[in-house]
Each structure stands twice: as C-alpha cells, then as structure tokens.
Design a protein around this ligand. Structure first.
Ligand SMILES: *[C@@H]1O[C@H](CO)[C@@H](O)[C@H](O)[C@H]1NC(C)=O
Ligand SMILES: *[C@@H]1O[C@H](CO)[C@@H](O)[C@H](O)[C@H]1NC(C)=O
Ligand SMILES: *[C@@H]1O[C@H](CO)[C@@H](O)[C@H](O)[C@H]1NC(C)=O
Ligand SMILES: *[C@@H]1O[C@H](CO)[C@@H](O)[C@H](O)[C@H]1NC(C)=O
Ligand SMILES: *[C@@H]1O[C@H](CO)[C@@H](O)[C@H](O)[C@H]1NC(C)=O
Ligand SMILES: *[C@@H]1O[C@H](CO)[C@@H](O)[C@H](O)[C@H]1NC(C)=O
Ligand SMILES: *[C@@H]1O[C@H](CO)[C@@H](O)[C@H](O)[C@H]1NC(C)=O
Ligand SMILES: *[C@@H]1O[C@H](CO)[C@@H](O)[C@H](O)[C@H]1NC(C)=O
Length: 452
C-alpha cells in the first residue's frame, strides 16, 4: 500500500535488537499432551477480560484476537466476563487476560489459585503467563496472561503475537511495511508460558523528525481529506498516531517525541494527547521543546515576544505553566531546560546561569501544577544535545532525579557515556541516537534509561 517506508526502514535496525525483551519463547505449532491450544483443528480458545481493565489492554486484546485470525484464519471469541458469567462455560479452555489490581477477573484468579505473582508484582511492565488449574468456580483450567501494570499486560499480548510464526508471526510492521503474516493452522503454548521482568531500559521510544517531505506528504494523503489541522496544516492527527502507537507497542516501545517541524501534537488534534494516554504511551517532546509544548510551532502561535528567558521570562513561564496543566492528566516524561529557537544555542551571555534559573522555575511550575507533589517523583529528562553537553561539562548542575540523555554527534558517534561518578544518579541516564540525520524523512531514535 506504499506506506511511509522512510520511517519503517530507518527504525527497524534500531529496534531489531529491542526484540530481546520477551526473548523466551512459549509458542509452538505442534500439539503435545501438555501444550495449551490457542487454535487447534479450527477451534480457537476464547479470550476473556474484565470490563474494569485498562482501555489500552482492551485494545491490545482486540489486536491479539485479530492476530490469531490473521495467522490461522480462525476468529476467537473476545468478551468481558465476571467470575460467574455463563460465557466462561465454553468447550475450549479459555485465555484469561488482565492486570493485577485492575482486573477483578485476574485478582480473583490469583486469589483462588494462590498463584505466586511476587516475581512481577509492583514491577514496571512485567508479566507472567501460564496454565493454571481451577482458576474460577466451575472452570477446571485456563491460560492466564497477567501484567503487573497496563503495559505489562499489553507487552505480554504482543509478545505472543510476534511468536505466532518461526521468525516473526505478526510482524510489528505488518501494516506499515506490508510484512506478510506467516500462516499456521494450529497454535499452541507451553504450559509454563512466557514471562518477563522489568525491561532494563525504562523508557524506549523514537522521535519523528525531519518529517517533511516523506512522512508528512504521505500522512496528508492517508489520514486527512486533503487539508491538515486548522492552525498548523499538520496531517499528524489521531488517525495517524493510533497507527504509530500500535507500532510502538509491537516493538516494545512506550515513549514518543511527536513530529514538530510544522506540527504541534496538542494543537494539530486535541485528541492526540488523551489518546496516547488511553493507549498507554508516555508522551514527551524533543530536546528543544521543554514542558510538553511544541517549539517553535506552539510558541509561534501563542507566544508573544522573543523566545529568550533573559528578556521575556514572564511570558515564557506562563507558557510552560499551560503546558504542564494540559499534560497533568496524562502520563508524561518532561523535557527540561531550554535551547534557543530553531535548534540553536541560547543567546544569553551567561547561558549556564540562565539555564539554572530556567530549570529551577520549571521545577517550581511542576510542583505547583502537580499540587505540591514532590518534584523528584515527576519524570523529567534533560537532553545533553549539542552545546548543552558543553554547559554540563563546564559545571552546569542537573538535579539528581532528572534523567540525563546522552547524545551522538549527529554523525552516529556517541560523544560520551556517563562516567562512574555519574552512574548512581536516581534519574539515571539515557541515549538519544540519530538513526538517520536530515535525509529523506529521517526518524530519530531515542532510548532513555532511568533505573540506573
Ligand atoms: C469490555 O468493556 C470495556 C469497558 O466497558 C469496553 O470498552 C470494551 O469494548 C468491552 N470489550 C468487549 C470485547 O466487549
Ligand atoms: C480470596 O479467597 C478466600 C478463600 O481462599 C476468600 O475467603 C476471599 O473472599 C477471597 N477474596 C477475594 C477478594 O476474592
Ligand atoms: C514466590 O516466588 C518467589 C520467587 O519469585 C519466591 O521467592 C517465594 O518464596 C515464593 N512464595 C511462595 C509463597 O511460594
Ligand atoms: C474525511 O471524510 C470522511 C467522510 O466525511 C470522514 O468520515 C473522515 O472522518 C474525514 N477524515 C478526516 C481526517 O477528517
Ligand atoms: C523574571 O525576572 C525578573 C528579574 O530578572 C524577576 O524579578 C521576576 O520574578 C522573573 N519572573 C518570573 C515569572 O520568573
Ligand atoms: C491540592 O492538595 C490539597 C491538600 O492535599 C487539597 O486540599 C486540594 O484539594 C488539592 N487541589 C487540587 C486542585 O487538587
Ligand atoms: C522529595 O523526595 C526526595 C527523595 O525521596 C527527598 O529526599 C526530599 O526530601 C523530598 N522533598 C520534600 C520537600 O519532601
Ligand atoms: C555518586 O558517586 C559519587 C562518587 O563516585 C559521589 O561523589 C556522589 O555523591 C554520589 N551521588 C549520589 C547521588 O549518591
């Protein structure tokens, strides 16, 4: 279908290694006496959830059922159930999906089976799956897919989909790059299932950048009726982003810096940010866009005066307050600091002194907007890109809880990694790596690690 191949090719290399998450395989294509049948002889195990489940898990479960159908041609039943639903009385052993503490169904299963969930409980994005006996009254057996949190359950589901074939079953790129789906008539899972603890890298994502002409023109054609957003002309609306959110999850990513050349995520389509959160994607903004507001586009539309804190702090402060207030209901990782307009250094003569004030003010804003929440518990990141790394090397102090994002030199060479004395920061460190730089519709890859 001629989709934005510039994106797919460029990101693939970055994420092929990310497949390491979920590396234990549990899916097979041959029956064995102990194996759990997802599809056997044209009959599919039904997939059951609780209606109290996270919306993002509901969406992933619906993709899971559609993936089973893509591979086998058999459509599995998908339904919300309670422990006493008559739906549970099916001929096939069901798959019960849910998030600890969120799914009343799974909480009951854990209670009834005394399943030991201590390996995942309270652990970011962890999951376990297995066959259990007597999960609910009147039900002898089930295959359970249990996440410690919403993305734990989401990743568990997509992890199975990816294994529904010898190399990949349903490729993350099945839609974006028309990757064919491997067909199998039967799908089985080993009774011990597949499990995964917390990923080593806490936030994993990409930056859609240098998006004109390739990605932007393509999105205009595919996702709009010929005109972009009223204020920006951008085609990057929620129809586009929902396709991207699904791709991110299938690649085990959870974080996104949206397109920003002539776009402003929240202005282009007011549904963009709530939908990201509904799916379960953590939003951020690029290295030059602090406090969840697009620069230069949003500042150009709504700001007044120069983008220069030394002469226009009152206006810029208020601009940031609005960004934090707008983002507060949703899961975000705030970009801190400030750069000059247009990917340029700050013009202030005392850049370090000015940045110190900027970050102190930004943290005050977060404290106020989050109603006195201890600012060290609000996820923040500072990208040491270009001249900013120089300020850091000259002694710019960065609060310990702020993740430092180390970068390459725009030619693919990482400039430096944290030295031992920097490795015990509570905010940890990450890497911003240009997979491609200012060529046809480049995608910039970023990975942020905040757990040391
Ligand atoms: C389950 O319930 C949720 C919340 O009411 C709803 O959004 C979802 O569509 C339901 N799923 C199915 C398969 O009916
Ligand atoms: C958990 O199981 C016990 C019996 O083992 C039962 O008494 C209790 O009500 C159950 N709790 C929940 C929340 O289902
Ligand atoms: C539960 O599993 C953990 C390891 O994940 C183990 O340390 C613990 O002893 C187990 N608890 C019980 C009650 O079996
Ligand atoms: C394009 O037009 C169709 C038909 O009126 C409408 O359903 C769809 O939502 C429109 N798409 C956009 C992005 O406005
Ligand atoms: C802006 O800077 C001036 C002096 O440099 C200071 O008095 C004022 O409080 C600052 N305003 C804000 C909103 O930070
Ligand atoms: C802020 O926190 C205080 C104290 O916990 C509470 O009384 C107040 O309602 C909160 N305000 C908002 C807007 O959440
Ligand atoms: C905020 O949390 C940090 C880390 O737990 C702690 O050291 C600091 O004292 C807390 N600050 C306030 C104002 O409670
Ligand atoms: C980290 O380790 C260095 C020494 O290697 C020490 O100077 C610094 O205080 C430590 N920081 C924290 C937050 O523990």
């Amino acid at each position: 279908m001629g989709r934005a191949l510039s994106v797919s090719i460029l990101v693939l290399g970055l994420f092929s290694s990310a497949h390491a998450i979920g590396q234990s395989t549990c899916v097979s294509f041959q029956a064995s006496s102990s194996a759990f049948s997802v599809v056997d002889n044209g009959r599919a195990a039904p997939v059951f959830l609780s209606s109290s489940e996270w919306p993002g898990v509901q969406l992933a479960a619906s993709d899971f059922v559609s993936d089973i159908q893509k591979v086998t041609g058999v459509k599995a039943q998908l339904a919300n159930v309670t422990a006493t639903s008559s739906d549970l009385k099916t001929a096939e052993v069901p798959i019960l999906v849910g998030t600890l503490g969120k799914s009343s169904l799974i909480d009951q299963v854990v209670n009834n089976t005394k399943l030991n969930v201590s390996s995942i409980e309270g652990k970011w994005e962890s999951f376990l799956t297995k066959v259990v006996s007597n999960p609910l009254p009147g039900l002898d057996k089930a295959y359970v897919i249990i996440g410690a949190d919403k993305r734990g359950t989401i990743f568990a589901l997509y992890d199975h989909s990816e294994q529904f074939g010898e190399s990949t079953g349903v490729s993350p790129w099945y839609w974006w790059a028309d990757v064919p789906v491997t067909k199998h008539s039967n799908l089985f899972i080993s009774p011990s299932g597949c499990s995964h603890g917390s990923p080593t890298v806490k936030y994993r994502g990409l930056f859609l950048n240098d998006e004109q002409p390739a990605l932007q023109n393509w999105a205009m054609e595919k996702f709009t009726n010929g005109t972009g957003a009223a204020l920006t002309g951008s085609p990057f609306n929620h129809f586009f982003y929902t396709k991207l959110f699904e791709l991110l999850f299938r690649m085990k990513a959870n974080y996104l810096w949206p397109a920003q050349w002539s776009s402003a995520f929240n202005v282009d389509d007011p549904l963009n940010q709530p939908l990201a959160d509904y799916y379960g994607i953590v939003m951020g903004t690029s290295h030059e866009e602090p406090m969840m507001r697009s620069i230069p586009v949003e500042w150009g539309l709504f700001g007044t005066g120069p983008w220069d804190y030394s002469v226009n702090n009152k206006t810029i402060y208020q601009f940031w307050v609005q960004g934090a207030e707008r983002a507060r209901p949703y899961e975000s990782l705030y970009t801190m600091g400030m750069r000059g307009d247009g990917d340029l250094p700050l013009s202030a003569t005392d850049a370090i002194g000015s940045l110190k004030q900027v970050v102190s003010d930004q943290r005050q804003i977060l404290t106020n907007v989050y109603n006195g929440t201890n600012v060290t518990s609000i996820p923040q990141m500072w990208c040491l890109y270009k001249e900013v790394e120089g300020y850091y090397d000259q002694g710019l102090q960065v609060p310990d809880d702020v993740t430092l994002l180390w970068t390459d030199d725009n030619w693919g060479n990482i400039r430096r990694y944290p030295i031992p004395s920097e490795r015990n920061r509570t905010g940890g460190a990450g890497v911003y790596y240009h997979y491609d730089y200012v060529r046809a519709g480049a995608v910039r890859g970023i990975e942020v690690e905040t757990d040391g």
